[in-house]
Structures are given as structure tokens and as C-alpha cells.
Write a protein that binds this ligand. Structure first.
Ligand code: ATP
Ligand code: MG
Length: 563
């Protein structure tokens, strides 16, 4: 709960933000407000609780809730739970969690399509009575064969001429459980010759003797998605029903259905308007539910909240911020045509936000010991290290310094390549915020770099800058640092369009997407709270994982994938 109010409070659209770019959806809304068609807009986010939310859903959530907030309207969170078989409470909970995390304000009460089953059924009886729907008793194969094709019109069902009374009696028998699955379906009576296949008498109810996660055994007749969705929207007085482009061909049915029901007095006009936008397709990522389920069930990842997963649970655990996602969504905007969005745009949005809000810390990911031979054993100094270089008001913290330090293994080279400015025998570097040391050798037996220190070179003391060095490396004191597992996550897939063509998408998994190292962290990181983000200097942004002491790499400082 605190997540929700906290995030919503901080990110109020429009409050501190530049005005959002116009687009075809905003234009439609503004026109409807200007003409007086609507006094207030209502949008909705309608997930089906059959999987975890992912980055594509985030786009839809931020769009729907963002518009409602911007135009002073309302946005509903509505579970589209009309399919009894695939839906589970676990998914409902994870969806509410993710929506709260994104800071979307749905007024605290989630809605459920299954609460409308009675009314939906009443609509079906009305359609039957008014001659706009009929019970078809063809087999599934017959129905498929008679549907026609893109080039050939369909053929009327032999049952299409049933009278309203006969249809109503049959429909009630179906509802009352007198018929087995598949014996009959209820179909809208529109036009079997329509060039739009979706208008060739679409099925609107099917018999399914299955228990539902909320209505249990109350029903054995369930509405089809294409029938249920417009009715859900109209019940909630949704004004603008935003959906992804693949529903464009469904729009004529959406309108047909609501017009018929409004004619029958079941709804008042104005009716909701469906508007389609391009779904998010991100390079190096798969967003299809089926594939995500496969990744989890076959163990290619460590569960739904694996930080490599594009689920919001995974993104959050990786250290992505909801504000970063909001910036990303604003940057990519909404379009009417599908296209691929570069993963680097998402990473840049995260870098940008994390750079702003993540305190700096020192962490050595691949530790090599450095011994300062002229520093007395047991002597300790406290170096003052800024928490954020551009934010002096964030203050400094004392970081202990001593005779033995951990440095990065690749900050030392016995035989340095040309242009190498870090430690090698005879060279001097600055240990950040501390002293300048000179490398005097390497001891293979103890695997340690040997140095001497210039005691008058301490950062921030007078004359310290008379030492001119080209290398500036980070460190932690071996006596004070703690070892911790740090997971170096990278892209889960190694190619921009995993599984394109007929290729098995699993073949495109990046074998190096997770590497765990035993890092040495400065003392202040012991107090990190779960979910807290830091910049590990010179490495990137890392978030504290729920696993004890562990950190996850959110994103590197620079994009290593640019060619
Ligand atoms: P399914 O195949 O199970 O229907 P879905 O991804 O459409 O999967 P829903 O739970 O029905 O899942 O989606 C909820 C909402 O999120 C819908 O309005 C849908 O249009 C939107 N949505 C889903 N995927 C994306 C995406 N990649 N980009 C933008 N919006 C999306
Ligand atoms: Mg869907």
C-alpha cells in the first residue's frame, strides 16, 4: 500500500513534467471533451489474470492511467476473468502488486469482469429475443468449414433460422447445464458473407462445465472475450477503450454489439469508443505470455521474478524503477503502426533516472589484493567519500582505508598493453578519494600487488594534486569489506528479434545472461535495504536483492552492445 501512495504522490502527471507530446489518442480525447460528448473520460486497464504483467503491459498501464490523470478522469483496473480455465488468484495478486508499484491509481478497488456475468447473460437473452443471436448446433468442424475464408464468403448454418422462442429455450437449457461442452454455441446473427470474418456470426457464448476462480460452480456457460469486453467497457461507462492493433478488425463487432444493446435500452449513449495503438515490441526481449510461461516452466530462468525476465516483477527485482519506465513510455510514445523499439532506449531511461537518484558506493567485483608496504599494520584512515558527485547536499561518508585493499583484477597488469594507465610495476595511480600509490611489484605466491604510498597525497588535503597520475581506481579495505554475491545480468536473448521466422526462440537465449561473482563491498553497503539502488563506481547500477547480501546489476554505465 505504501508503495502505491508513495509512487503516485511523487509522479503526479503534469505536476513537474513538461507537457506530454500530442498524439492521435490525445487528439480524440480532446475532441470529445471539446464537443461535450464526454464531460470526463474513463479508461481502463483490463488484464487477463493468466500470467504476470510484463513491459508491454506497463506501456498500456502508463498510457491508460496517465491519460485519466492528465485529463482529470478515471482509470479502472479490471480483471478480464471470463475464461474459467487459465486464471488463478496468484496472477491476480501479482498484477495488483505490479500496478501499485507503477504508481497507477485505480481508486483502490479492482473490478472483475466475472461480476458482470449476470448482466452479460441478460444481454444475451435480449439479443436472442430481438432476433440478433441464435443457438447453433453445428459441430466445431462444421462451423469452421462454413466460416469461409478471406476470399470466400461463409455459409449460413442450418440452425440460423431458429425462432427467437426456440433459441431462448435452448439458451436457458445451456445455462442450466442440460447440455455437454461443445453441444451448442450462441452466435450473434450478423452476416455470413461479410468481408470481415469477425462479423460472420461470431460465437458469443460457449458451454464449459468448469469451475471459475471467483464464481466457482455458478456457471457452465461462459461469454467469449470479444462479446464480454465491449459489455464490460459499457457497464463501467468507459469512454475510450484503448487496445492493441490486433483488435482493429474486432472494432466493427464491438460497435455492432453495443449499438444493438443500446437500441434495447441496456446501455445509454454515448457508448465507449475503441481506439487501437501499437503494442510494445522490444528488441532482445520476448513478451508473449506463452513464451514467458515456457521460460519459467522449463527452468530457463529462475522464476517469474528472475531479474532477466521482462515481467514487472523481474524488472523491479533487477532494479528498474517505475519512474524509469515512465520516462521510457513517454519517450517511445504511442503509434498506429507496429515497430520494434530498441532495448537501449529502455536502458538509457533507467541509466538516466538511476544516475539521478542512486547514491555512489565502491564495490570490487573481481578482487585482487593490494598491499601497501610502507603503511603500518593496523593503521587505519577514514577517507571522506561523496555520496553523489553532482549533489554535494547528499554529503560524504567515511570509508576506511588500510594497509591491505581489494582492487579490481583488471586494474593491474604485469605486462601492460600500450595506453594502459592503471597499475603496473613502476606506475602510479590514485586510489579514489584516498592516496596515490606506486606499484613496486607483484607477489605471485600471495597473488598480491605490492605498492608504496605517498603519505602527503591524500585527496582533499593541501598539495595532494601535485601528484599527476592518469589512473584513478576504486578500492575497498580488506579488513572492513564484506563479501557478497553480485549477479551480473545481461540481456536474456543474444539477438534483436528472438525466434524470428520459424526459429525456436530458445536457441536465441544468451548463454552469458547471468554471471554471479563474489564481490567485496564497502561497509556502507551492509545497510542497504532490499530494492535500494546504488551506483557501484565505474561499474554500473545495482539493486539490493531480497536474497541475503546479494546485489543485482540493473544496467551497466555504458551500453556494451553498441556496434
Ligand atoms: P493474451 O494473449 O493472454 O490476451 P495479452 O498480452 O493481450 O495476452 P492481457 O492480459 O489480455 O494480455 O493484456 C492486458 C492489456 O495489456 C490489454 O489491453 C493488452 O492490449 C495490453 N498489452 C498486452 N501486451 C501488450 C504490449 N506488448 N504492448 C502494449 N500493450 C499490451
Ligand atoms: Mg489480451
Amino acid at each position: 500500500m505504501s508503495t502505491k501512495t508513495g509512487a503516485a504522490g511523487k509522479t503526479g502527471a503534469g505536476a513537474s513534467r513538461a507537457p506530454s507530446a500530442s498524439n492521435f489518442i490525445r487528439q480524440a480525447i480532446e475532441a470529445d471533451l471539446a464537443s461535450g460528448k464526454h464531460a470526463r473520460i474513463v479508461t481502463r486497464f483490463p488484464p487477463e489474470p493468466n500470467g504476470y504483467l510484463h513491459l508491454g503491459h506497463a506501456k498500456s498501464i502508463l498510457l491508460n492511467f496517465g491519460l485519466a490523470q492528465e485529463y482529470g478522469g478515471r482509470c479502472n483496473l479490471r480483471f478480464d476473468d471470463t475464461n474459467p480455465e487459465k486464471e488463478e488468484q496468484e496472477y491476480v495478486d501479482s498484477i495488483i502488486d505490479a500496478v501499485n508499484w507503477l504508481g497507477a491509481d485505480y481508486g483502490g478497488t479492482a473490478l472483475y469482469a466475472s461480476d458482470y456475468f449476470d448482466f452479460m447473460y441478460r444481454c444475451a437473452e435480449y439479443l436472442v429475443s430481438s432476433g440478433n443471436a441464435y443457438v447453433d448446433s453445428q459441430s466445431a468442424e462444421e462451423m469452421r468449414a462454413n466460416r469461409g475464408s478471406f476470399t470466400a464468403p461463409g455459409t449460413d448454418s442450418p440452425y440460423r433460422g431458429r425462432s427467437p422462442d426456440e433459441n431462448l429455450a435452448l439458451l436457458r437449457e445451456m445455462r442450466d447445464g442440460l447440455h455437454p461442452d461443445g453441444a451448442h454455441v450462441l452466435r450473434a446473427k450478423i452476416d455470413m458473407a461479410s468481408p470481415n470474418i469477425n462479423l460472420r456470426d461470431p460465437a458469443i457464448y460457449r458451454i464449459k462445465h468448469a469451475a471459475h476462480h471467483r464464481t466457482a460452480g455458478a456457471w457452465c456457460l461462459y461469454p467469449m472475450y470479444t462479446y464480454a469486453h465491449p459489455i464490460e467497457d459499457a457497464i463501467e461507462s468507459v469512454t475510450h477503450s484503448l487496445c492493441t492493433l490486433e483488435f482493429e478488425d474486432q472494432r466493427p463487432f464491438y460497435d455492432w454489439l453495443l449499438e444493438k444493446l443500446a437500441d434495447g435500452g441496456l446501455f445509454e449513449r454515448p457508448l465507449p469508443q475503441q481506439i487501437e495503438f501499437a503494442r510494445l515490441q522490444l528488441t532482445y526481449v520476448v513478451l508473449s505470455k506463452r513464451r514467458l510461461i515456457q521460460l519459467v516452466e522449463e527452468g530457463h530462468v529462475d522464476g517469474w521474478d528472475d531479474p532477466r525476465m521482462p515481467t514487472l516483477a523481474g524488472a523491479r527485482r533487477r532494479g528498474y524503477t517505475s519512474e524509469g519506465l515512465r520516462r521510457f513510455a513517454e519517450r517511445i510514445g504511442v503509434a498506429k503502426e507496429n515497430s520494434w523499439i530498441e532495448f537501449s532506449i529502455l536502458e538509457d531511461a533507467m541509466r538516466e533516472h538511476l544516475n539521478d537518484m542512486a547514491p555512489r558506493r565502491m564495490a570490487v567485483l573481481d578482487p585482487l589484493k593490494l598491499v601497501i608496504e610502507n603503511w603500518p599494520e593496523g593503521k587505519e584512515a577514514l577517507c571522506e567519500v561523496p555520496n553523489h558527485p553532482q549533489k554535494p547536499d547528499w554529503g560524504k561518508r567515511p570509508v576506511p582505508f588500510g594497509r591491505e585493499l581489494w582492487i579490481e583484477r583488471d586494474d593491474f597488469a604485469f605486462d601492460p598493453p600500450k595506453g594502459y594507465f592503471r597499475l603496473f610495476p613502476g606506475n602510479e595511480v590514485r586510489l579514489r578519494y584516498a592516496y596515490v600509490v606506486k606499484c613496486i611489484g607483484y607477489d605471485a605466491a600471495s597473488d598480491s600487488v605490492r605498492c608504496t604510498v605517498h603519505e602527503d597525497s591524500r585527496s582533499g588535503t593541501p598539495g595532494a594534486d601535485r601528484y599527476k597520475v592518469k589512473g584513478n581506481i576504486h578500492w575497498v579495505s580488506t579488513a572492513h569489506a564484506h563479501a557478497a554475491p553480485v549477479r551480473l545480468y545481461d540481456r536474456l536473448f543474444g539477438v534483436p528479434q528472438p525466434g524470428s521466422g520459424e526459429r525456436d526462440f530458445l536457441l536465441d537465449l544468451n548463454p552469458d545472461s547471468k554471471k554471479t561473482v563474489s564481490a567485496q563491498l564497502e561497509p556502507a553497503l551492509r545497510e542497504a535495504r532490499v530494492g535500494e539502488s546504488f551506483q557501484f563506481e565505474r561499474h554500473g547500477y545495482f539493486a539490493r536483492d531480497p536474497d541475503p547480501n546479494a546485489f543485482n546489476r540493473t544496467v551497466t554505465l555504458r551500453d556494451s552492445w553498441v556496434k
